[in-house]
Design a protein around this ligand. Structure first.
Ligand code: NDP
Length: 333
């Protein structure tokens, strides 16, 4: 794979120029370009510039509104709904989070249900933003079917990611963010592009047989959930929270509605915030730090989120697939 080096500023500028060139206005371009740049900064490669061609395809096909203006509505004292106005999810999240933070700081619990958006980013952006305000964050979203429920050979679930972030007063938050499939489809696509194999059993090929060929999974095959029926139950829960509770599309409904332009399908997102200060009391940080100390005293353990936070300390340029950069440049000329 040939690569090219881009600074974070160059990554942001390339993303924003390409989005604007294809009809995205300032508000929406900024929200998406920030999300993409932060993903490259942290080494979440499958959710950085890799996603720009898909975002552009959706602007071109007019599936996604480049001038969306999301709005907040309080459903109850604790539950806020953001209507994303059929734009990209990062814009709706940016509009909804301040209201969620304010509500949770006041009442201890807050729920943000995001509807009418197109989500294809990593979820740690939203949970980590909550943890940086000393709140616990939980987020999940469903997507078009590519994952078979336990026992099946046909897809019904999306790769349905879930993220959880725990705040730490004098440290970076503990954050996990994971697809409930064995791998995220983005990672499978990157592996196929770069000619790497994936662990055997990541998914099934079109004949329903287990394979380690990412191309066979991405093209006509199906992913499996992690942990067999246990992961399958969590993927089902995510469908119910992010679609059933939010009042947006289940993965199978999103697939029926989507125009398959290569960009993100329409759907919702469920975000919950909790205030440890109001719920656990003054000592919540010291108490949980003792737990982390115990955990880290075990040989071989690292806390989730540490890899990204370490990557973030590197403010230098990032090595990006040159073919991808050339493709994005061609979309902005
Ligand atoms: P990974 O399997 O790479 O990582 C999952 C989590 O496990 C991360 O929080 C990671 O922390 C942590 N982790 C990894 N290795 C260890 C370890 N040895 N010890 C402790 N923790 C560890 O992620 P996925 O491939 O499952 O998902 C990638 C991304 O794809 C996610 O950001 C997800 O939100 C996104 N996604 C988005 C979708 C959408 O529709 N919007 C759909 C599906 C996925 P760390 O970051 O520090 O490595």
């Amino acid at each position: 794979m040939t690569t090219t080096n881009l600074t974070l500023k160059e990554i942001y500028n390339l993303a924003i120029k390409t989005l604007k060139f294809n009809g995205c206005d300032e508000l929406n371009s900024e929200a998406v370009a920030e999300t993409v740049t932060n993903a490259e900064r942290d080494g979440s490669v499958s959710h950085g510039l890799f996603r720009i061609p898909g975002y552009i395809a959706s602007l071109k096909s007019k599936k996604v509104k480049g001038n969306a203006r999301p709005t907040n509505k309080f459903l109850t004292q604790n539950a806020i709904r953001v209507n994303g106005d059929y734009g990209f999810a990062p814009t709706a999240i940016k509009i909804g989070l301040p209201a969620l933070i304010e509500t949770t700081e006041k009442y201890g619990v807050g729920i943000l249900t995001i509807t009418n958006t197109h989500h294809f980013a990593a979820l740690w952006h939203e949970t980590e933003s909550l943890a940086e305000k000393n709140l616990i964050g939980i987020a999940c979203t469903a997507y078009k079917p590519s994952v078979a429920p336990a026992g099946a050979k046909k897809p019904l679930f999306g790769t349905n990611p879930i993220s959880f972030a725990w705040p730490r007063k004098n440290n970076t938050p503990v954050v996990y963010d994971m697809a409930t499939s064995t791998m995220a489809m983005g990672e499978v696509q990157v592996a196929a592009r770069d000619g790497h194999k994936v662990p055997y059993g990541t998914g099934l090929n079109k004949d329903g047989e287990k394979t380690d060929n990412p191309g066979d999974i991405a093209n006509g095959g199906v992913l499996l959930t992690f942990g067999d029926y246990k992961g399958s139950a969590i993927a089902m829960m995510i469908e119910l929270l992010a679609a059933g509770l939010v009042g947006d599309l289940f993965s199978f409904e999103a697939a029926k509605e989507d125009n398959n332009d290569g960009g993100p399908a329409r759907g919702g997102e469920f975000i919950m915030a909790l205030s440890p200060h109001l719920i656990a009391g003054e000592n919540w940080n010291e108490h949980s730090e003792k737990f982390f100390q115990e955990m880290k005293s075990l040989e071989g353990v690292r806390l989730p989120g540490e890899r990204r936070h370490k990557n973030r300390l590197n403010t230098g340029s990032r090595s990006i697939n040159k073919e991808l950069v050339d493709k994005i440049i061609s979309l902005s000329e």
